[in-house]
Design a protein around this ligand. Structure first.
Ligand code: PSU
Ligand code: MN
Length: 305
């Protein structure tokens, strides 16, 4: 069921560093043409930092590990591409539909392919008022069970960050700050919450990953990498925008898997596109850091240190 591009196949067979990338961010997280431009630039960034990019999605009954340019284009432009989390995975695969994988969906595929590092924008989490709606992203339960390190810019404050971190603690998922002590909130470098552990080098992160998995402690790690200072948005300003977006989602009765894409699009509109620039910048930065971590993990793993 797994289908690899030549480049990814060669890298995996030769124990070279590989970084997984998701497709939901392309199909449901950004508008065209910025989505395809970003997808290509992110792949380039990973290659420039010594790793091979593997963008993951589902097509024609196959789990694609690595996409051709034409396939990337399909994810970027076809509005009928489904959003695939753990719940949807088998259905989309079995029916031959095209599915863009979320953080959870991409972790499942990366886990099957033996890819240990994954770069994304932000992880899903416990939504605000989640104690009433029970809207908790399957990204969190996936992090609890699948052995992949997820490099992200934290979680958006469309979520309840405090409860998201509590959930991760309960499930034994380490939240590591890469060169930061505060957990970032995607558009801004602040959230008011601390990370569990701060580490300052890719080598230290690779050591933590290796030790965790050698101990048989199943599950992922969150590697929080704040958006570059120059592209960060003001925390208070974005908070106002998010409140407005959440209000509109409530009025329009948006529920289930539509919630996150709806809020992302609203925030983009309300910031006049500024949030999209920030989004692109942080994804590229995450790709760079993920490539360095993948390279360090490979060196450790193969004893080439
Ligand atoms: N957060 C972002 N951008 C995104 C997503 C989250 O800042 O594109 C996407 C990711 O694919 C993530 C998914 O895994 O949304 C979470 O969706 P849900 O809350 O429905 O689990
Ligand atoms: Mn949800």
């Amino acid at each position: 069921m797994l289908s690899y591009t030549e480049e990814v196949k060669h890298a995996l067979e030769n124990n070279l560093p590989v970084v997984a990338l998701e497709t939901t961010i392309i199909s449901h997280g950004m508008p065209y043409p910025q989505n395809i431009e970003t997808a290509k630039r992110v792949e380039k960034m990973i290659r420039a930092n010594g790793a091979v990019p593997a963008t993951i999605g589902i097509m024609n009954g196959k789990i694609k590990i690595g996409l051709t340019e034409q396939e990337l284009q399909e994810f970027a432009t076809n509005p009928s591409v489904e959003k695939v989390s753990r719940r949807d995975f088998a259905y989309i695969l079995a029916t031959g539909k095209t599915g863009a994988t979320t953080v959870a969906g991409t972790m499942i595929a990366a886990g099957l392919a033996g890819i240990k590092v994954f770069a994304t924008g932000g992880i899903g989490g416990v939504h605000r008022e989640g104690e009433i709606t029970w809207d908790v992203s399957a990204d969190l339960t996936e992090l609890a069970q699948t052995d992949v390190a997820v490099v992200c810019a934290g979680a958006k404050s469309i979520l309840d960050i405090g409860r998201t971190l509590e959930y991760l603690e309960t499930h034994g998922v380490p939240v590591v700050g890469y060169r930061c002590g505060e957990f970032p909130s995607f558009y801004s470098r602040e959230s008011g919450y601390q990370v569990d552990f701060r580490l300052d080098t890719p080598e230290e992160i690779a050591s933590l990953m290796q030790t965790k998995w050698q101990l048989g402690l199943k599950g992922g790690l969150v590697i929080a990498n704040p958006v570059p200072e120059a592209d960060a948005l003001d925390h208070n300003e974005i908070e106002q925008v998010i409140k407005q977006a959440l209000q509109e989602a409530k009025t329009k009765n948006i529920t289930g898997k539509k919630v996150t894409p709806f809020l992302l699009e609203k925030v983009k509109q309300l910031t006049g596109g500024k949030s999209l620039e920030t989004n692109i910048s942080l994804v590229k930065h995450n790709a760079e850091v993920a490539a360095k971590i993948a390279a360090a993990f490979c060196r450790k793993h193969t004893g080439r240190i």
